[in-house]
Design a protein around this ligand. Structure first.
Ligand code: NAD
Ligand code: MG
Length: 385
């Protein structure tokens, strides 16, 4: 029986992963090692009971007693805190879904990678912060990293057995998020509630706001470079309001292969779960005639400065990704808390990159985890409002 662990099981991606495993037969089909979550103890405990997990972990130390109480009599072990998350990741599992949001997903992901097996990676922050570390760790243990971000799953699937050498470029699509059609001058007054709605995808609040600011797409451009090894100039972004085409791979012979599907994360998660096979998934089929038309437009970098910053980060290399991500996470915290405006996030990230670039020694490969975490902390301090 295959064993699985889900980090961030109570979140949007994690719960979709849990749903797929439940539909596949739950504990009759998979042995669950670890399930982790945050403050939603009741939900985490219910999942852990349903799947007879070995261990359930909450990220918050102070909630350990609550989790213990919720799991009383179930036979599921309870644990809490960052150290416990890493320890849970050190328990070998055949398939691990990395679906914690933010740089907090990096250590559990790396720890799981060091055990071998498959790491289904939704946590794009890991690749943006420490792409070479992820690859080096996987190479040492023989682990396999599979993309779960829909655009990267789409590229992975569209590439098939084609040689990377024959790829001319790749295009990832962006819905444009909540403010796609807003007049530019209204953006400064955008509220957290307005930024937290997405036209097509149901996702966690942070990635939904990152979609409105296009920081999510900026992260995904860097993720594509780090995951596949494309040159920065090979990665393009196009706004596609319908979110039906997720990525397009264009080859040197003029052929382009697009990946299409309903905007439902269960496709990408399920693809990574069943890879290299395919299995039936609860995803609505496509009806092209019913869709009628698909539309595309070039992204406007006045509206979305994050896309320009992504190119600067890729050109800089080294710690720029870790600094970019941490500054973005801090600016997002400050926006959600009402300390800065929606339009302040881009300039804050840019200022942080500029302020730390000389000291951080851009251009060097991220050497080790400690260095990455150091620059993550520095960037949060520098970016804080
Ligand atoms: P979410 O906010 O819905 O869930 C996040 C999960 O992480 C929760 O289980 C939460 O308890 C846990 N968590 C939060 N902070 C933590 C911390 N400091 N330590 C440990 N655990 C913590 O997020 P999501 O939308 O599911 O996104 C998860 C990841 O997947 C992100 O990296 C996101 O960019 C990526 N992703 C999400 C989607 C989507 O459709 N939601 C699509 C593509 C990629
Ligand atoms: Mg995506």
């Amino acid at each position: 029986m295959r064993s699985v662990s889900i980090f961030g099981a109570t979140g949007s991606v994690g719960a979709n992963g849990v749903d797929l495993i439940r539909r596949a037969g739950g504990p009759a089909a998979y042995r669950t090692v670890a399930l982790t979550g945050g403050r939603n103890i009741a939900r985490l405990a219910q999942m852990a009971r349903d799947f007879q997990a070995e261990i359930a972990v909450t990220a918050h130390d102070e909630l350990l007693d609550d989790l213990r109480a919720a799991l009383a009599g179930s036979g599921v072990q309870a644990a809490a805190g960052a150290q416990a998350l890493a320890e849970a990741a050190a328990r070998p599992a055949d398939w691990v879904l990395s679906a914690i949001v933010g740089a907090a997903g990096l250590v559990p992901g790396l720890t799981a990678l060091a055990q071998g097996g498959v790491l289904a990676l939704a946590n794009k922050e890991s690749l943006v912060c420490a792409g070479s570390l992820i690859h080096a760790t996987a190479a040492r243990s023989g682990a396999r990293v599979l993309p779960v971000d829909s655009e990267h799953s789409a590229i992975f699937q569209a590439l098939g057995h084609d040689n990377l050498e024959s790829v001319k470029d790749v295009t990832i699509t962006a819905s444009g998020g909540a403010f796609r059609d807003w007049p530019l001058e209204r953006l400064a007054a955008a509220t957290v509630a307005q930024a937290s709605t997405h036209p097509n995808w149901a996702m966690g609040q942070r990635i939904t706001i990152d979609s409105a600011s296009m920081f999510n797409k900026a992260m995904e451009v860097i993720e594509a470079k780090e995951f596949f090894g494309f040159r920065p100039d090979q990665i393009k972004v196009v706004v596609h309001p319908e979110s039906i085409i997720h990525a397009l791979v264009s080859h040197i012979d003029g052929g382009s292969i697009a990946h299409m599907g309903a905007p439902d994360m269960r496709h990408a998660i399920g693809y990574a779960l069943n890879w290299p096979a395919r299995a039936e998934l609860p995803v609505a089929p496509l009806d092209l005639a019913a869709l009628g038309s698909l539309t595309f437009r070039r992204p406007d970098e006045n509206r979305w400065p994050a896309l320009r910053l992504a190119r600067e980060v890729m050109a800089a290399g080294g710690m720029a990704g870790a600094i970019f991500n941490a500054a973005k996470e801090q600016a997002l915290d400050d926006f959600i808390a009402g300390r800065i405006k929606f339009t302040d996030m881009g300039p804050r990230v840019e200022m942080t990159l500029t302020a730390l670039s000389a000291q951080a020694g851009f251009g060097d490969d991220p050497a080790d985890l400690e260095t990455v975490l150091h620059w993550d902390r520095q960037a949060r301090k520098e970016a804080a409002a």
